[in-house]
Design a protein around this ligand. Sequence first.
Ligand code: BES
Ligand code: ZN
Ligand code: ZN
Length: 512
Amino acid sequence: MELTVSASDFATLSTDTLIIGQWQLESPESKIEPTVSQLNQLTDKLLNQHLTEQSFTGEFLSTSVLHRPANLAVKSIIIVGLGQPQQFSEPRLRQVAAKATQVAQSLKVKTVVTGLTSQLPSIAPAIASQMITEGILLGNYQFTRYKTSKAAQTKQSTITQVCLNETNTEHHQAIEQGVLKGEAIATAVLNTRDIINEPPSKIKPSHLAKAAQEIASLSKNITATILDEGALKKERYNALLAVAAGSEEKPYLIHLHYKPLGARQTVALVGKGVTFDSGGLGIKPWSAMLNMKADMAGGATVLGIFQALAELEALNMPIPVEVHGVVAATENMISGKAMRPDDIIETRSGKTIEVLHTDAEGRLILADALTYAVEQKPDIILDFATLTGAAIRALGLEYAAVMGNHRAVLDQIEQASRESGEPLWELPLPDSYKKHLESSVADLQNITTNDSSPGAIFGGLFLQEFVNDIPWAHLDIAGPSFLKEDINPIYPKGATGYGILLGLRFLELVKQ
Ligand code: BES
Ligand code: ZN
Ligand code: ZN
């Protein structure tokens, strides 16, 4: 995939396909006006005719293809619905670009030109071109590494030109900058998807540690510290060690630290990095064990955010916030050495946990990872974790659940969610539910056997015990991190990389 910016006239560029947008009609009787009137009059007329024939209303993400338009050299024009102007937003533009790219892919065209950037006066050119670039790259993704047929392997090498129908050099530069920023961010998301989609015998805790070291080597402002089994034992990371005990693979606590010049705020991002969750001795039935390779999605998201931080810095567009990334990486497996139900763990924080269910392992490893994060003395802690099936039952696949101890941080996360287009919904953390955490033999128990206890909230309340009073939010991304159905053109089936766009937007908001 190659992306270029051109200042030529929209209609005179030589290309296989053009992408244009169409606003939604207010009423069925109103006349269809193509949103782009940069084409010649005859083509506009043809388009009008085509859209009327197809009863195309411009509904958000609806599409139509006009083949071989007379009077133009292109083979086809892809028309994509922009929806109603009042509802249009930056994330919607990203989705429009992704959708159009998927149509272009199905037409098997080599070159595509879009004038969307110049079509939307309400969105600044740099932002518009960033969204279009992200949409194209995110929408074009497929995980084909293990397909042996050439046809499945080779993606359409679509060259999309973000066209600028004017000669304003400032605009041109802004659009080019937007493309670079979009490429940097999308590349980080795509790498993250690859790591999550890889089979569990390929991505082990040690691979996450290696990936972190590679990211650190991209920037002089990023350092990686890896605590191996010896260090974890010495420093009493007993909860992480307990979960890892049943696996042949050694656990790692991964710490990335980004310290740019001029940072005034420090944020710690903590990720659950369970590279395979069998459930442990409380083993999952086979169908629930499917896709448990993706139980490291939270950790991969944290690594993805760091990759984007490094790439944005290399483009001279750094986000001026100090960031700690802490990933607890392990497998949850079975052997004679595995953690048992009834075990009691003395966590690094000093608090003890009674293990009632070995499958509630995420909260155990996060207890130690959050303690490590607290020790870095950040202003804010965010954790990303595929923590509970209950979050999926409550909110479905589209929305992450967010919980926290600080109103302003939660408000900022919600703003970042709206602006990034990665949806989430807040669940409460009522003090009155803390009784579910009480164990008869230790400080805390890792599940409750009480049927009326809310699973996702229990997870949040449990983690809250390990953040002291630092402003914190927990994102349960069990739903949106890995999809089995199409819900949004920017997300393919399988790993989505959910949380990177949201996390980066959050960091941009925090810097102010
Ligand atoms: N990794 C799972 C949660 C999960 C489930 C993520 C489905 C993605 C999709 C987690 O470790 C787990 O097993 N949670 C249990 C908790 C229960 C034992 C209290 C669950 O959700 O069933
Ligand atoms: Zn589990
Ligand atoms: Zn898990």
